[in-house]
Design a protein. Structure first.
Lengths: 170, 170
DNA sequence: TATTGTTATACTCTATAACTATA
DNA sequence: TATAGTTATAGAGTATAACAATA
C-alpha cells in the first residue's frame, strides 16, 4: 500500500462518451450528460481525493509510521482484533500481518494476546502508547484539505448531507 | 504507494469536540456543529473514498499493473514527461523512478527518449500498447462505486456541482 | 481435515548516498 | 558547481508456498 492514492483527470472522463453498449441513440446532449451523472460526480470526487491522498505517506511519516501502519493504528480501536481480521481488512495475505505486527509490537504500539476461546487465534490490542498515538493521528487526519476548508457553508452542509445519505446503511 | 488508500471512521470525528485552542465558549450545540462543518464533510468524504480505495490494488492487478504503475500510466497522457517531473508527481525520490520505468519499459508500455534541449533529461512517452492500456485503465477507474451509483439524480447533480466549484482554480 | 499464524522466498516500492554525464 | 538520472544498499509491503499448532 502506500500512496496508493490515486486520481484521475476529469478532463479524460468529461470528454469521453459512454461505452457503446450503454449508449442510447437519439438522445440530446443534455440527456447524455444526465445519464453520465454518476460518472461525472465520481470523477470529480476522485480528483479531489487523489490530490489530497498524495500527502498521506508524508502525514503518516509525521508520526514515524508507514502508510500501512497508520491504517492499522486507525483500524485498531477499542476492541481487540484477530490477526486474520486485520489481514482481511487490509485486503492482504495473512503472512504479511505477521511482520507488520512484529514491527509495531517492537515499537510498543500493539500487543498480541492469545484468544481464550481458540488458541490458534491471536488478538491484537493497542498499548496505552498506541492508543495515545492513534488519537493524535486521527486528529491530524481529520484536518480538511484546502479545497474543503475553502468551501462555503452552504456547499459544506449539502456535501455533508449527501455523504450521510450515501453512506447510510442500506 | 499503494493501497495507500485510507479512511477514517466518522464515529471518531463526530463524537469529538474541536481542539481547545479553536473552541469558542458559550455557543450552542448548533453553532458548534456549524463551526465543524468542514471537518464533518471531510470525514464523511474520507470514509466513502477509503472504502473504495481499498480495492485499488486489485483494480490495478486486473491489468497486471502494480498500484504505482497504474498511477504512472494514468499520469502519462499525451505529453512526454521528464523522469524528474514524474518523481515529483509521485512524491518520491528520483532513484525510484529508474526501476519503475525500467519495469514498464521492459513490458513495452513506455519509452525513454533523450531530450534535445538538455541531454541530461530523459522524456517518457507512452508506446501504442501503453496508450491502449491507459485507455482501458481509465475507463475502469471511472466506474463509480456502489455508494455513488446508488445515489439519486438530485444528489448526484448537487455533488457534481459542488465538486466543480471546489476544484475550480482559485 | 480445516484453519490460524508463522517462516521462507521473491518481487515491488521506497529512501539515502555515491556516482556519471551533462549543464 | 549544480542538476538529471543511475547504481548500490537497506528496509517495508506484498504474494505464494510450506509448515506447526490447534480445532
Amino acid at each position: 500500500m502506500g500512496n496508493y492514492i490515486e486520481g484521475m483527470s476529469s478532463e479524460h472522463l468529461e470528454r469521453k462518451t459512454r461505452p457503446a453498449d450503454s449508449r442510447r441513440r437519439g438522445e440530446s446532449v443534455t440527456e447524455v450528460e444526465e445519464h453520465d451523472l454518476p460518472r461525472q460526480a465520481w470523477t470529480l470526487l476522485f480528483e479531489l481525493m487523489h490530490a489530497h491522498m498524495r500527502n498521506f505517506p508524508a502525514l503518516a511519516a509525521e508520526f514515524e509510521l508507514s502508510p500501512v501502519q497508520a491504517h492499522v493504528l486507525r483500524q485498531l480501536g477499542e476492541a481487540p482484533l484477530a490477526m486474520s481480521t486485520l489481514a482481511n481488512y487490509l485486503s492482504c495475505d495473512a503472512s504479511n500481518v505477521t511482520g507488520l505486527v512484529d514491527r509495531m509490537e517492537a515499537r510498543g504500539l500493539v500487543e498480541r494476546r492469545s484468544s481464550e476461546q481458540d488458541r490458534r487465534v491471536k488478538m491484537l490490542v493497542l498499548t496505552d502508547a498506541g492508543a495515545a498515538l492513534r488519537e493524535r493521528l486521527l486528529e491530524r487526519m481529520a484536518e480538511p484539505p484546502e479545497a474543503i476548508a475553502a468551501m462555503g457553508d452552504d456547499d459544506l452542509r449539502a456535501l455533508r448531507d449527501i455523504m450521510r445519505r450515501a453512506l447510510k446503511p442500506q
